[in-house]
Design a protein around this ligand. Structure first.
Ligand SMILES: *Cc1c(COP(=O)(O)O)cnc(C)c1O
Length: 409
């Protein structure tokens, strides 16, 4: 017994290196992620130059150059580069004076980061359904809800529309309604860098503030990062102050309020600058991928794609298909599983926030459009480096699912 115990205490036997050869399974094609980063080519040189400059903290010429490039790409007069898109939203809520107990209204069909910072600040969220033609905040519904809230004197502190899957919301219509009631707009444009809205303006323009993301899955990436953009430079000055620990100008450390450490590292800003230069090419590539899916699969019964309103250009950040089994399409989950078995990542459309357990009991206004899109919608691999051969594999699997659905009917 004693001997057994001491044997158990011995270190594990050393595995000879190289490890013994196991029989290899037949070679699988490389797994296909939903929206992986796509290097532009100049990142390494930009990194080396930045490291050599010695400016590697969130200060110096690189974050400023990235901010100027984002301003040029979006048309916003002033921009702050941040550590993430969520940080940009958090600062945006501060800029609008959000306080505990205030209401914030947003589209229900979005990623949780749209509203998470507001909730963490003590705000009460209210979720509104989306429009079937844009999948973004329904301006007509917003108009009715704001009128009702205005009559009661219970207006929200902010309205937060979301530019979804690369498509701008109808910001002109939303703005007209919000202006009537004096409610400011913080637009979550995290998914829509490169998109245009009415008048050819960039997504987010016309909102008091807009937030962008350079997370690894977005159309371009800085390896993480975000940006807050505003028409009024005073708001960006406020955000900049809060993003750097709210330091007052003094030789010692002086604070009149508390802030955050939300600046973007120069190293990431250097990557971001390189990536941003490729934005138009990335938009073209994602739109071509969408067009190819739509062309190859659009004829399958019960299958349709996210619409694009005539007034704007979606980047098609993600290509999203709807599978309506009532009209003969295969079940969305069956398609997702078939793709997953082949190592291909696809994901259901965002689960509406009013259906998330964390927001149980939060008020919700409008119909069931977001819930239906969640039930039937599938985001297909959309990375700008996806090759035609890889896309053909995806298309073939979905066509097979379609044939099986037909056989069942
Ligand atoms: C990605 C995303 C964010 C958050 O951006 P991060 O940079 O990941 O913090 C916010 N809102 C939406 C809608 C997003 O898709």
């Amino acid at each position: 017994m004693a001997r057994l115990q001491s044997a158990a205490l011995l270190p594990a036997p050393i595995v000879p290196f190289p490890a013994p050869q196991r029989p290899q399974p037949p070679r699988q094609p490389a797994p296909l992620p939903l929206s992986p980063p796509h290097l532009a080519g100049g990142e390494l040189a930009a990194l080396e130059a930045t490291l050599a400059s010695g400016w590697i903290a969130p200060a110096g010429p690189m974050p400023a150059a990235f901010e100027a490039a984002i301003a040029a790409a979006t048309g916003f007069p002033d921009v702050l580069a941040t550590a993430s898109g969520t940080a940009a939203l958090h600062l945006g809520y501060h800029c609008l004076g959000l306080e505990a107990g205030d209401e914030v209204w947003t589209a229900s069909l979005t990623f949780v980061a749209t509203i998470a910072p507001a909730v963490q600040m003590g705000a009460r969220p209210r979720f509104l359904d989306v429009d079937r033609e844009t999948w973004t905040l329904d301006p007509g519904l917003l108009e009715r809800e704001l009128a009702r809230a205005g009559r009661r004197g219970r207006l929200p502190r902010a309205v937060v529309p979301v530019d979804l899957f690369g498509q701008s919301c109808d910001l002109d219509a939303i703005r007209a309604v919000c202006d009537r009631w004096g409610v400011p707009i913080l637009c979550d444009s995290a998914e829509a860098l490169g998109a245009t809205q009415r008048g050819g303006r960039h997504a987010g323009r016309g909102a008091r503030l807009a937030a962008f993301s350079f997370n690894g899955n977005k159309i371009i990436t800085a390896g993480g990062g975000g940006a807050l953009a505003a028409e009024d430079p005073k708001l960006i000055a406020t955000a900049r102050h809060l993003a750097c620990q709210a330091k007052e100008p003094a030789a010692h450390y002086q604070h009149e309020t508390t802030g955050y450490s939300y600046g973007l590292s120069s190293i990431l800003a250097a990557i971001g600058c390189t990536q941003l230069a490729a934005l138009e090419a990335r938009v073209a590539a994602r739109r071509a991928i969408f067009a190819r899916y739509a062309e190859a699969l659009g004829g399958l019964p019960g299958l349709s794609f996210m619409p694009e309103p005539a007034w704007g250009r979606s980047t098609r950040w993600l290509s999203v298909a709807l599978f309506d089994p009532g009209r003969g399409a295969p079940d969305r989950e069956a398609v997702r599983r078939a793709l997953a078995e082949a190592g291909i990542e696809s994901r259901p459309v965002w689960k509406p926030l009013h259906l998330q357990p964390v927001f149980r009991g939060a008020p919700h206004a409008g119909g069931t459009v977001a819930a239906e899109l969640f039930e039937h919608g599938l985001c297909l691999p959309s990375g700008s480096a996806l090759t035609p051969a890889q896309q053909d594999r995806i298309i073939g699997i979905i066509q097979d699912c379609g044939r099986q659905a037909c056989g069942k009917a």
